[in-house]
Design a protein around this ligand. Structure first.
Ligand code: FES
Length: 157
């Protein structure tokens, strides 16, 4: 290899690395625009009877979704993806992350990576018929179970 060809190859390599680095930084910046930080404090979601079994309701002030399963149990899920913290969207009976394609079931279980863990649960309290979400009490899970759901006192399973 001639010296000139060698130098051209080196400069091309540096150019590829620089372009890749700038692309990575750009993607990280764009992803960060769709993130949000944790909240804190108790949010009153509403009366138990306002949430029909088998529904998912966004709770914007809590930055979460309130899931009521078909047997009447409640589960609050933080809306941050567990991959790089983008905001997941509820559509077609799944939580989907627009950033890198992760998908989660209704109870937050990963059904499509790269998300490494289920969606983070938030503590649900049910008192005097009101559903409250303690957004400061985040429950990071490695798996999902039926015990993740909280039932109204008169309906404990
Ligand atoms: S942030 Fe990467 S899949 Fe959600």
């Amino acid at each position: 290899m001639k010296r000139r060809d060698f130098l051209v190859t080196i400069w091309q390599g540096i150019g590829v690395l620089a372009t890749g680095g700038m692309g990575f930084i750009g993607l990280r910046y764009l992803a960060s625009q769709n993130r949000e930080s944790a909240t804190g404090g108790i949010v009153t979601a509403g009366l138990v009877e306002n949430f029909a079994p088998g529904t998912v309701t966004p709770i914007p002030e809590g930055k979460c979704y309130l899931v009521r399963n078909t047997t009447g149990g409640f589960l609050a899920l933080h809306r941050q993806c567990t991959h790089l913290s983008c905001i997941v969207i509820w559509e077609e009976r799944q939580f989907r992350c627009p950033c890198h394609g992760s998908a989660f079931t209704t109870d937050g279980k990963v059904i499509s990576p790269p998300a490494p863990h289920p969606l983070t649960a938030l503590e649900v309290q049910i008192e005097n018929g009101q559903v409250r979400i303690d957004t400061g009490k985040q429950i990071k899970r490695t798996k999902t179970t039926a015990e993740d759901f909280i039932y109204p006192p008169e309906q404990s399973v």
